[in-house]
Design a protein around this ligand. Structure first.
Ligand code: URA
Length: 211
């Protein structure tokens, strides 16, 4: 089975939580809690095809060949700062994953990404890598972050976000057709400032209460 380039997770729990997050009246504390819960559900989807093997297990009744994860090494890479809101939930599911960070900010004039930080785990060429950023808007930062992650040797990369704009999905498809994108919703468009419409506003500000 081939992995689709874009997967929208339409699970009722994901959609319900996302609608509460979109509401401008939702508090920072509730927003952050819901983001953590959704990230767990999205991580469930993005890890659906992790390689499996079997291991002999003695149940109280008899021995069996039981399915277990093959133990492929995993890396999570958060695009700072909003990506950090997705980390905790995913680490609950995959506690042994190594974590990297890429710091990029969007130049407000050009909307182009400017890198200010990068720290990735060792052995990226052996790891399946999940890159996390809540908003796939223009796609510029995500594409730049994945360029950098590929330079470190990573080959098996997936991208997890909460909301995507068609423009960002297209940009990712052109630049990184080998990187599947998993999101909770594909919204209508971007506005003139590069914000996703209808969206949820600035994800970083909403999760950290900085506005
Ligand atoms: N980043 C955000 O936080 N929100 C958007 O709508 C777009 C980019």
């Amino acid at each position: 089975m081939t992995t689709p380039h874009l997967t929208v997770v339409r699970h009722p729990l994901v959609q319900h939580k996302l609608s509460i997050m979109r509401d401008r009246e939702t508090s920072t504390a509730v927003f952050r809690q819901l983001l953590r819960e959704i990230s767990l559900l999205l991580a469930y989807e993005i890890t659906r095809e992790l390689p499996m093997t079997t291991q002999t297990v003695e149940t109280p009744l008899q021995a069996m060949e039981a399915p277990v994860l093959e133990g492929k090494k995993l890396a999570l890479v958060s695009i700072l700062r909003a990506g950090n809101g997705l980390l905790d939930g995913i680490l609950e599911l995959i506690p042994s994953a190594r974590v990297g960070f890429v710091g990029l900010y969007r130049d407000p004039e050009t909307l182009q990404p400017v890198q200010y930080y990068s720290k990735l785990p060792k052995g990226m060429n052996e790891r399946m890598t999940i890159v996390v950023d809540p908003m796939l808007a223009t796609g510029n930062s995500s594409v730049a972050a994945i360029d950098l992650i590929k330079q470190s040797g990573a080959k098996d990369i997936r991208f997890l976000c909460l909301l995507a704009a068609p423009e960002g999905v297209e940009r990712m498809r052109e630049a990184h057709p080998d990187v599947p994108v998993v999101t909770a919703a594909l919204d209508e468009r971007l506005d003139d400032h590069g914000y996703i419409v209808p969206g949820l506003g600035d994800a970083g500000d909403r999760m950290f209460g900085t506005k």
